[in-house]
Design a binder for this molecule. Sequence first.
Ligand SMILES: *[C@@H]1O[C@H](CO)[C@@H](O)[C@H](O)[C@H]1NC(C)=O
Ligand SMILES: *[C@@H]1O[C@H](CO)[C@@H](O)[C@H](O)[C@H]1NC(C)=O
Ligand SMILES: *[C@@H]1O[C@H](CO)[C@@H](O)[C@H](O)[C@H]1NC(C)=O
Ligand SMILES: *[C@@H]1O[C@H](CO)[C@@H](O)[C@H](O)[C@H]1NC(C)=O
Length: 526
Amino acid sequence: MGEKSRSKGGWCGWLLVLIVAAAIAFGIFVTIKKKHHASKGEAAPVPGPPGAVTKKYADALHAAMQFLDVQKSGKLVHNKIPWRGDSALDDGSPAKVDLSKGMYDAGDHMKFGFPMAYTATVLSWSILEYGDQMKVVNQLEPAQDSLRWITDYLVNAHLSDNVLIIQVGDPDADHKCWDRPEDMTEKRPLIQVNTSFPGSDVAAETAAAMASASLVFKPIDSTYSDLLLKHAKQLFTFADKYRGSYSMSIPEVQTYYNSTGYGDELLWAASWLYHATKDKSYFDYVTGKNGEEYANWGSPTWFSWDNKLAGTQVLLSRISFFGSKDTSNSATLQKYRDSAEAVMCGLLPKSPTATSSRTDSGLIWISEWNALQHPVASAFLAVVYSDYMLSSRTAEISCDSDSFTPADLRKFATSQADYVLGNNPAKLSYLVGYGDNYPKFVHHRGASIPMDAKTGCKDGFQWLDSDKPNPNVAAGALVGGPFLNETYIDSRNNSMQAEPSTYNSAVIVALLSGLVTTSSVVQSFT
Ligand SMILES: *[C@@H]1O[C@H](CO)[C@@H](O)[C@H](O)[C@H]1NC(C)=O
Ligand SMILES: *[C@@H]1O[C@H](CO)[C@@H](O)[C@H](O)[C@H]1NC(C)=O
Ligand SMILES: *[C@@H]1O[C@H](CO)[C@@H](O)[C@H](O)[C@H]1NC(C)=O
Ligand SMILES: *[C@@H]1O[C@H](CO)[C@@H](O)[C@H](O)[C@H]1NC(C)=O
């Protein structure tokens, strides 16, 4: 049983009244609904506090969370990774700011602001929906702690109202070395966006990260929460007023994290700011002409570090499910919810509109590079949507002529999680440190070099080329994943498949938090 039911005396009584009232209301609802649908009217489980823990997902969540510690830069506090130490302590010095914190992006030592901010936003979202479930398995504090490690960095990276540092390190120089972060000697130049070289995508994603994190920290540290919200508002104004893609302003970023547009991030950031402030102007922003221009209603998309539309649609559905009448009745809001349902219908394997982008055994598969990012992010959205349905007692969604229940969505989500954890033709767990059989040649500098090695930038490449497994386990790393034919080459030089990333960790942490117990979402931030 969760903390909530134990700590609040009157809660159980109220729960009983609610259950009875809900059961009656639900009975009526199902009866009405049955007149239109000859189909299933089975009662959805009544939402409540966290239920029984599924050990498999609890173990996997515990493993996954560790990679966020592996990736930490700066002066480590209560370091839990034996082979990691302090690094990049002078990051930010060219601008006389402290950018030592934050997280390395992947197997290298770059700090890329665009995916790092997305990592923070997804982490915040998972804590907001599933913090009570994380708490039951002792993962809430580690999650908050990792989130703050990024937001501390983002606060310092926001030099002034309209200036944001979006990268630390030079990828060309960085990739010419194979060294431990603790021994790094490469120059660490900074790149910024500003009014002459705008980056609405990266600035708005950073605003989304700060706004969502402000909600996470509100009950714990209100001063910090206020600070984050202040930065979020300024960054959103900057992103909105000085429009442009950072990939156009600074073409060199296209090689790694090319942004294909900023409209999705503007809507995503405004949606988070609406949740964080309840200021109607943000709601009007997403339902007004910016929505018309950028929301691309009705066309399912893949949620990723580049495209936030599907996430925005699910997040805004939250208002449609739980919001007050003045917002939840908006016809434009309904378009977002319909779009979220189109995404869900695409994911459900038996839906008439199911996507055909799957492997033979059912893993969503969109791209060869970092293949697992899409199925895992999609499964997270599915479990969240399923829980919104449960909490609001919405029995089903329609996909053309068929209808599907929250249980169908959850089943899809568990199928993707189980695939990742080893239920796949290769019998391989793609989550390092989970199960008996996981990748041993992860493309990760720190993991590949023994702690006591005396090698530096150039001679360190012997560790990339070594035919021995990594001396250090990159615990919790979610690697890129399988080919379409469901094979995987466990080779350190295979960065397409064998490289993990912090944003992969954010989505797997989010998914596992949703699956770890059987409860539905807390309505913590309606
Ligand atoms: C604005 O950003 C661009 C791109 O990062 C940079 O080259 C330029 O120096 C910046 N402008 C100022 C005034 O710092
Ligand atoms: C980056 O994205 C833009 C916009 O979609 C596209 O025009 C450009 O070709 C892309 N660059 C690379 C290197 O893929
Ligand atoms: C690793 O991959 C890079 C880039 O594809 C290539 O240049 C290099 O020769 C490879 N090294 C080994 C040992 O295969
Ligand atoms: C699987 O696909 C990869 C990439 O297309 C290919 O290189 C490999 O040979 C295939 N393996 C099998 C067993 O078909």
